[in-house]
Design a protein around this ligand. Structure first.
Ligand SMILES: NC(=O)c1ccc[n+]([C@@H]2O[C@H](COP(=O)([O-])OP(=O)(O)OC[C@H]3O[C@@H](n4cnc5c(N)ncnc54)[C@H](OP(=O)(O)O)[C@@H]3O)[C@@H](O)[C@H]2O)c1
Length: 305
C-alpha cells in the first residue's frame, strides 16, 4: 500500500475525511474508517439491537405494532454497510426481505441467513434490468437501493453502478409494476447548483468518476419515472451508533454534517411506512442541538417539488 496521505482540507467539515475515503479510498488516501412467503415471526423488540449497540428508537418500535400487512421489500446492495442495516431493521419491523447481493457467499456471513423472512438473491445492478426483474420477482412491493460503487481502478465504476445501475433498478420496477422506490443518495449531489462547486467534498467526489454527478443523474431518472420515490441524501456516513437528533431538510440545503448508518437505515424504513415521504427528496444529518421530532413531522415538513 502506498504511503498514506492525511488530507487536512475540509470535507463536509475538516473532521470528516473518512467520508471521502468511503467513496474513493485510493492508496494515496488514508481511510479513517470509523471505523418465502411464510409469515415472519416478529422477534422480541426488547432484544433487537442494531450493529454498534444502539437500540432502535421508541418511535420506530411503536411503528412495528402499526404494521398492518407483511410486505416483501427488495434491498439492493444488501451486503453494504448501510444495506445490511436496512435489512436488519426491516426484519425487526416485521417486513419480509429479499436481499439483492452480488456475492451469495459474502451474504451468508453478513446477513442472518436462517431468518425465514429473509430471502437472499443474486443481483448485480450493472447486469441490466431484465436480470433485475428476475431478482426482484413478482412478490416485492418496494425496492430500496443502497448500492454504491466499490473503489477500483475502473474510473467508470461510479457511473456504471450509481447511475446506470440505479436506472436499471428503476426500469425493472417499471416492468414489474413495483411502485415504491427508496434511494440512498448523498448530500451535495447537486452541489454545482447550490453554490458548492468549490466545496472540497464536491470536487473530490467528482474528480474520480463523477460520483455525485452519477447519483444526480439517477435521481433525475427516478423523479421522471412516475414511480413513488423517496430519495434520501445522507451526509457523511458513520458506523457509530446515532448521536444527537435527526435533521431532515429539503433538497439542496445541507452541504456538511454526518450521520450514523443505523439512523439512515431507520429513515429508509420509516419512509416506507409513512405516506408523508412520497415523491420527496430529503437530506439528513444528525446534530446534538437539533430538536427531537417524529418521522411524520420530519417527512411532513418537506415539500414536494
Ligand atoms: N460513505 C459516505 O460517507 C457516504 C455519504 C453519503 C452517501 N453515501 C452513499 O450511501 C450509500 C451507502 O453507502 P455505504 O458506505 O453504506 O455503502 P457500501 O458499504 O460501500 O456498500 C455498497 C453496496 O453496493 C453494492 N454494490 C456495488 N456494486 C454493485 C453492483 N454492481 N451491483 C449490486 N450491488 C453493488 C456492494 O456490494 P458488495 O458488498 O458485493 O461489494 C455493497 O453492498 C452509497 O450509495 C454511498 O455512495 C455514502
Amino acid at each position: 500500500m502506498a504511503t498514506p496521505l492525511i488530507l487536512k482540507t475540509s470535507l463536509f467539515s475538516t473532521r470528516h475525511i473518512h467520508h471521502l475515503h468511503r467513496y474513493y479510498p485510493f492508496s494515496a488516501i488514508l481511510f479513517f474508517s470509523t471505523t418465502s412467503h411464510k409469515p415472519p415471526k416478529l422477534r422480541s423488540l426488547k432484544s433487537i439491537k442494531m450493529e454498534g449497540g444502539n437500540e432502535i428508537t421508541e418511535e420506530a418500535k411503536e411503528n412495528v405494532n402499526q404494521q398492518q400487512q407483511k410486505k416483501k421489500i427488495f434491498v439492493a446492495g444488501a451486503t453494504g454497510s448501510t444495506g445490511k442495516r436496512i435489512v436488519e431493521q426491516l426484519l425487526a419491523k416485521g417486513f419480509e426481505v429479499k436481499a439483492g447481493v452480488r456475492d451469495l457467499d459474502k451474504a451468508k456471513t453478513s446477513l442472518s441467513e436462517n431468518n425465514p423472512s429473509l430471502q437472499i438473491v443474486k443481483a448485480d445492478v450493472t447486469a441490466g434490468s431484465e436480470k433485475l426483474v428476475q431478482a426482484i420477482g413478482d412478490d416485492s412491493e418496494a425496492v430500496i437501493c443502497a448500492t454504491g460503487f466499490r473503489p477500483s481502478w475502473d474510473l467508470f465504476a461510479p457511473w456504471k453502478v450509481d447511475n446506470f445501475g440505479t436506472v436499471n433498478l428503476v426500469e425493472a420496477c417499471r416492468k414489474l409494476g413495483v411502485n415504491r422506490f427508496i434511494l440512498i443518495s448523498s448530500i451535495l449531489v447537486n452541489g454545482a447548483s447550490m453554490g458548492q462547486i468549490l466545496n472540497p467534498a464536491y470536487i473530490f467526489l467528482n474528480i474520480f468518476g463523477l460520483t455525485l454527478v452519477a447519483k444526480l443523474q439517477a435521481e433525475n431518472y427516478i423523479r421522471k419515472s412516475g414511480i413513488n420515490y423517496t430519495i434520501i441524501r445522507p451526509g457523511g456516513l458513520r458506523n457509530e451508533p446515532p448521536s444527537g437528533n435527526l435533521v431532515m431538510e429539503s433538497e439542496d440545503t445541507l452541504y456538511e454534517g454526518t450521520i450514523s448508518r443505523d439512523l439512515v437505515a431507520e429513515v429508509a424504513v420509516e419512509a416506507l411506512r409513512l405516506p408523508e415521504s412520497s415523491y420527496k427528496v430529503v437530506e439528513i444529518v444528525s446534530r446534538a442541538d437539533a430538536p427531537k421530532r417524529t418521522y411524520k413531522d420530519l417527512f411532513g415538513s418537506i415539500k414536494q417539488r
